[in-house]
Design a protein around this ligand. Structure first.
Ligand code: UTP
Length: 329
């Protein structure tokens, strides 16, 4: 199975953090978000090859992956950020059109608590979905009584015109990669865009008209990391699974938390749902539902629902903060 992971995006919704780091390297519960996806793929031996579509801060991503995993990754550059469909098409050169190989596409900023082995067993192309209250923010699917997808709609204009509330969550098993690449080329040639981008959803709609059969795969554990609030929700979810235990004299730990190496805590209350990464120094402070990245210094502060970038300094604050690295408040 060839796995395609698009990670080229600039991550505007996570600024200022993504001004200095690519989104997929932002830390959640002690690891960069991309770690969890790759670790699972390698551990479960799902992939024969893992192809990253890189663009924004590509070098940082390659350096991290090559240093962290003993695995020979493939990298293809997306030269212009023209949308997810366009990103996936960049992987075409790694596929053999005669063999018409299967492709598993996983978005680099989305974690899944699912058994990938189960999805890849599917006889048909399978699209990960989850019921949502607000379908207009997502690509959605319409299915028939037999369970086959009859229509894909990218970001329906309103819930009233949405064919369902089953949102596409960012995991796609494609049984006919040649048809997928041809369909993306078709939408590009005909300038079929949604919100100005070439979308994979629009290409899959073309595939349905070419008689490709798609089924849905229910994904309950969908952990989006695309924006501040969802990153914190994902942090909480992962911390709850890890069940770490720590002992820091003079400080109280309210689990779940992650505390990295060489962390100093003096008279603090940490957690619940706090990630404190390596080398942080925290004194007389309360940190709750937040991610504090490496080598940050916090004193006399109450920090909740915050993302604090690397090497930051926070003195005497009681705010929700979103601080890029090397900031000082
Ligand atoms: P998003 O739609 O979240 O875009 O992409 P983004 O740039 O990462 O973030 P925002 O919307 O500006 O905040 C979902 C996934 O698809 C990749 C992204 O890197 C991310 O992993 N992607 C998106 C590409 O590789 N290329 C694209 O042209 C668009």
């Amino acid at each position: 199975m060839k796995v395609i992971i698009p990670v080229a995006g600039v991550g505007t919704r996570l600024r200022p953090h993504t001004l200095t780091q690519p989104k997929v390297l932002l830390n959640v519960a002690g690891h960069p978000m991309i770690y969890y996806i790759v670790d699972e793929l390698i551990k479960k031996k799902i992939a024969d090859s893992i192809i990253f579509i890189t663009g924004y801060k590509a070098e940082d991503i390659e350096k991290y992956l090559n240093k962290t995993f003993k695995y020979k990754f493939d990298y293809v550059e997306q030269k212009e950020m023209l949308g997810l469909g366009h990103a996936v098409l960049c992987a075409k050169e790694k596929f053999d059109p005669i063999k018409n190989e299967d492709a598993l596409i996983i978005l680099g900023d989305t974690l899944f608590d699912v058994d990938l082995k189960d999805i890849v067993k599917s006889k048909y192309s399978a699209i990960g979905v989850k019921k949502v209250d607000d379908p207009k923010r997502f690509g959605v699917v319409e299915t028939n009584k037999k369970g086959f997808i009859t229509r894909f709609v990218e970001k329906p204009a309103s819930p009233d015109v949405s064919p369902s509330n089953e949102a596409i969550v960012g995991i796609y098993l494609i049984k006919n990669s040649t048809l997928l690449f041809n369909s993306i080329e078709h939408i590009i040639k005909n300038k079929i865009t949604t919100k100005g981008e070439y979308q994979i959803t629009d290409a899959m709609e073309v595939m349905i008209h070419q008689n490709e059969k798609f089924v849905t795969y229910q994904v309950d554990g969908w952990l989006d990391c695309g924006k501040h609030e969802t990153m914190l929700e994902t942090n909480q979810y992962l911390l709850n699974k890890k069940k770490n235990k720590y002992s820091f004299k003079g400080s109280k730990i309210n689990y779940p938390v992650f505390i990295g190496k060489d962390v100093t805590l003096e008279n603090c209350i940490i957690g619940p749902n706090a990630t404190i990464n390596d080398g942080c120094f925290i004194k007389n402070s309360i940190i709750e539902n937040s991610i504090v990245d490496v080598n940050s210094h916090i004193e006399n502060s109450i920090i909740k629902d915050s993302l604090i970038g690397k090497h930051s300094k926070v003195i005497q604050k009681q705010n929700v903060l979103s601080l890029g690295e090397h900031s000082e408040v």
